[in-house]
Every structure is written in C-alpha cells, then in structure tokens.
Ligand binder design. Structure first.
Ligand code: FCB
Length: 448
C-alpha cells in the first residue's frame, strides 16, 4: 500500500480577504455577512487572514509542515466578477502564483472550484435553484482549467454541496440565507449537475485531469427511541442524495418527489460515474433521537432536512467547541461505507479537524492545543484502520492550516494548526503544527 498523503486545507472566502482587489466581484457571502444577525460575532471575510497579500507566508508555513498537498479553493468572483462572461485575468494571476509557489517547493496544488462563494450576480438571477447556475459553473471551470491545467492534475468541483443546498436555501443559516425547502432540493440537483458539467469542462481542457467532488458524509446513528423513518430520511439527505446519483444515476426513493421537478432527461446519466475520486469531509457522527414536537431543536434540525419526520440531534460528549460529538470510529465507518458504495473510486479525506478554545499556552506563549493533537491523532489512526480494511484512501487533508473565518460562527471557532492574530494577521504555529509535521514526516500510526 502507498503511504497516506498528508496535507492541509483552506478555502478562499475564509482566508483571502481583499474582497475588492483586482476586479473581484461581490459574492453571496459578502452580501450575507452584511445582514444583521447572520454571523455570530458580526464579522465577515473582508480581511480574514489576508492571504491574498500573504501568499508567501502561507506557502512557507505549508512547506514547514513538510506535507505533500495543499487544498485551497478558487474564488469564482475573482475569475468572473459577475459569474459569467469575460475572465478577469488578475484574479487568475493570484492562483497562478500560488500554484507555482507550491510546485517550486514540491507541494501538490489541489484546488476546489467552488467553496461557497457564488458571484452575487448569479444569486440575483436565481442562484443554485436555477439550472443556469450549473451551466455557468461548467463555463467557469473550463476557464480555470485552461489557465492552471498544465500544472494541476487533481481537481475538486464542489465543496460540501449539502451545506450550500440545505444550510443556504432551506435552513437559511449560510449564504444566501433563503428558507425555501423546495429550492434546496432544486439546488442539490443543480450542484450535482454543475459538478458533472465542471468535470467535463476540466477534462476538455486537461484530458488527464482527475476531477472529484467533496462531500460531508456522516454515519447516521439511531438512538433507541428514534423514528426509523426520520433516521432513513436524514441519511438520504446527508449521504444518499449525492452518492446514489453518482453511483446508480438515481435519487433515493424517499427524496425523488422533491428532486423530480427539476431533473431533466440526461441529467442523471451525466452525473452517474462522474466522480474520478470522492472527497470525504468528516467531523462528527450524527446521532438521531425522537423529536419532541415544537421544541427549538426540532425546528432547527428539520429546517435543514426539509420534509423529514420530526427528530432531534443528540450529540454525546466529548464535544468540540462547535458542539460536535468527537468520535473517531465514525471516520473508519464512513470511509468503509463510502468505499463499499463507490466500489473502486479512490477516496480522499479532504477535511478533518477540530475547533477548540485554545486557552493553554506553552512557556513561550504559543497555543498548546493538546486536545487538537489528540483529535488529529485519533482520526488519522482511524483513517489508517480504514485503509488496512481495504478502503482506497489516498490523502488526508487537515482542516485547517490557519484559524480563519468560520462562516456563521465568525472568528470565534478556531480550527487552525496556526493561530492568526486578529489585528496584525501575524501567524504563529500551535503545538499541533509541530505534531502534524512529525506525523506527516514519519507517517507512523499511533501505536500505544
Ligand atoms: C466544513 C467546511 C469548511 C470549514 C469546516 C469546519 O463544513 O467545508 O469550510 O468551515 O467545515
């Protein structure tokens, strides 16, 4: 077996800042953050980690880790400020420089084409519930591949389309903040269609490219009192809605009434078999109990799973700062289940990591994040276990290189291996950075 590749991950809106530089157009996250009450600490990504200006600092940190890959995302509104039409070459220049800087240090550039920053003009024209957005995405993907494809072999189309569709268009807690259940299912289909069109466009420009999709899959676990219909529905919205079309060219039966209004002839044939690899972002298992009708928890849960029978999430302890249950066995479980479902399609863990409060300090004042180290160690070991049991996992990308803009949570939830000063944006590696560097170097699973 090839050794597991190690890397780190970020995304454009979470780290870049510079939201008006070099012709970048507004994205739905710029608009959403400006609305009152959308982001817990009232912040936004307009400066973030200032990675647009600190490209060299970031690349030096990645080099210092000794990892083999860097997963970053490309901001669509830098490339096409209104989501269609002429290309803004200054936006592409930034990623061009990033790719070259990585390659010159022996680090594989691993771009994601869509990590949630939709050009606002496309949302104004209907957003992901509108079919045209998928076509526009295909066009955009082709432009990026034409510029970077001579140096980039592996591409991801969409990051976590579940979040875009269901947090963005059903629960309304992510941009664009709409609460329209039927639109969420339409968005889900158009994200899959966009993936398929994007893959075709990348391959047209770069025939040897490998193009995958990144999904936040999760094992769905039933408490004793859970309604089996609710458990099955949550599993379908979280996992089956992506995997079933990709593998079998059909939606789960329980969801077909909601997706069928927008599915056109040939769409599912285009989606079936369209992932050269699949990225799994795993953070936590989902534990489902019976909903006590009328409670807030039921409302929140069902809003992101439209038309599900009532249920509640019941995360056990220990939990991270996000309130997410910590359970590394879920990593092994989700990788093995996904490998069985996808048969020979290679997998990558495209995100895994933890937010902790980061209060402990070493003698020299650095963050001493032993809790994050334990989390990463246990989850990396769980990945190795899945590999031993036959799951074809190529890489593990830790989320995240930097403390960054954690969407609706703002800057208060920190996932980084590197702390970022909120005023100066200076970067200071945490204890987990040194630990991960050693793990990546030795590749050694934890044995005691
Ligand atoms: C995932 C996102 C990523 C980051 C982590 C914590 O859902 O893909 O951008 O916010 O969660």
């Amino acid at each position: 077996m090839e050794p597991l590749g190690h890397g780190v991950a970020t995304s454009s809106y979470q780290i870049e800042g510079a939201v008006t530089a070099d012709g970048r157009g507004p994205s739905i996250w710029d608009t959403f953050c400006a609305l009152p009450g959308t982001v817990a600490d009232g912040t936004n990504g307009s400066i973030a980690c200032n990675s647009y200006s600190r490209l060299d600092d970031d690349v030096a940190l990645i080099e210092g880790l000794g990892v083999s890959a860097y997963r970053f995302s490309i901001a669509w509104p830098r490339i096409q400020p209104t989501g269609s039409g002429a290309v803004e070459s200054r936006g592409l220049d930034y990623y061009d420089r990033l790719v070259d800087a990585l390659l010159s240090r022996g680090i594989r550039p691993f771009p994601t084409l869509y990590h949630w920053d939709l050009p606002q003009a496309l949302e104004d024209a209907g957003g992901w519930p509108a079919r045209d957005t998928a076509l526009r995405f295909g066009d955009y993907a082709g432009h990026v591949a034409a510029r970077l494809g001579d140096r980039v072999a592996s591409w991801a189309t969409m990051n976590e389309p579940w979040c875009t569709a269901f947090l963005g268009y059903a629960a309304g807690i992510h941009a664009p903040g709409r609460r329209e259940p039927d639109a969420a299912y339409a968005a889900a289909h158009h994200l899959l269609l966009g993936h398929a069109l994007g893959r075709d466009a990348v391959r047209a420009a770069v025939p040897a490219a490998e193009v995958g999709i990144v999904l936040n899959l999760a094992p769905v676990r039933a408490e004793d009192d859970a309604d089996p219909a609710a458990v099955a529905f949550v599993d379908a919205v979280q996992n089956g809605i992506w995997l079933d079309p990709l593998v079998d060219g059909r939606y789960p039966d329980v969801l077909a009434p909601y997706t069928s209004p927008v599915v056109q002839d040939g769409d599912l044939a285009a989606v079936q078999g369209s992932a050269d690899w699949v990225g799994v972002n795993y953070y936590t298992p989902f534990r489902i109990g019976r909903g006590d009708a009328g409670t807030r928890a039921v409302g929140q849960a069902t809003a992101a799973y439209p038309y599900a029978p009532p249920f509640v999430f019941l995360p056990r302890r220990p939990r991270t700062d996000m309130g997410w249950e910590v359970d590394a066995t879920g990593m092994t479980e989700v990788l093995l289940a996904t490998a069985r479902r996808l048969r020979d399609v290679p997998l990558r863990v495209t995100e895994n990591g933890a937010a902790f409060a980061d209060g402990q300090r070493t003698a020299d004042g650095r963050v001493d994040d032993q809790d994050r180290i334990a989390f990463l160690r246990d989850h990396l070991d769980a990945v190795e276990q899945a590999r031993q049991a036959g799951a074809p996992v190529l890489d593990y990308l830790a989320w995240s290189l930097l403390d960054n803009f954690e969407w609706a949570e703002g800057y208060r939830k920190t996932f980084g291996l590197v702390a970022v000063d909120p005023h100066t944006r200076d970067r200071t590696p945490k204890a987990s950075y040194a630990w991960y560097a050693e793990r990546a170097r030795s590749g050694r699973p934890h044995t005691d």
